[in-house]
Design a protein around this ligand. Structure first.
Ligand code: HEC
Length: 152
């Protein structure tokens, strides 16, 4: 799974067009067609992920491993909340990374309770970040009209 994220990151970096200022001039990430509502719902879940990471880091900085477990466990269902209508349109790699992320939250929660080892949790959070950035490097949501949404 780690390899999938690394591969996608490399893919995204090599397919970007670069302007003279050294920054990319076009967004060449794979576009996932969505309605405005679907995009907003999914971005809302994404922001929830960011809040969750904040909660985990805060708990970890206080060595509150129970707090880490509670925060990590609450993130696990997020990917399952993507509506089936959207899920049908998601590329396999997107779902694989989403599911790997879900499994990692559950492992983080379980290990925080059983091992109570902060450096171990930090390493698992680094793995989480590989999924976040791997997927962001590879995909974008694009709002399109109903007809073109259904084409794959
Ligand atoms: C399986 C793919 C995937 C994973 C994994 C993923 N994201 Fe996202 N995320 C996206 C996509 C696609 C967008 C929309 C990008 C765009 O259209 O520009 C996005 C957007 C976001 C945004 C912007 C929200 C907004 O309001 O604009 C945040 C914040 C975010 N993600 C946080 C996270 C965090 C934190 C993680 C890891 C814990 C994560 N995401 C994991 C796919 C993913």
């Amino acid at each position: 799974m780690k390899q999938t994220a690394a591969l996608l990151m490399t893919l995204a970096l090599t397919t970007s067009a670069w302007a003279a200022d050294g920054l990319p001039s076009t967004d060449n990430r794979v576009a996932i067609p969505v309605s405005a509502k679907e995009r907003e719902n999914t971005l809302y879940e994404m922001r929830t992920l960011l809040h969750g990471l904040f909660n985990i880091h805060t708990a970890l900085s206080r060595n509150d491993m129970k707090g880490v477990a509670v925060a990590a466990r609450s993130m696990s269902p997020l990917i399952s909340r993507i509506p089936p209508s959207v899920r049908d349109r998601l590329p396999t790699e997107f779902m694989e990374m989403g599911n790997a992320l879900k499994e990692t939250w559950e492992t983080i929660a379980r290990d925080a309770e059983q091992k109570q080892n902060a450096p171990h949790t930090q390493a698992q959070l680094a793995e989480v970040m590989a999924y976040c950035s791997g997927c962001h490097d590879s995909f974008q949501f694009k709002v399109v009209s109903g007809k073109s949404r259904n084409k794959r």
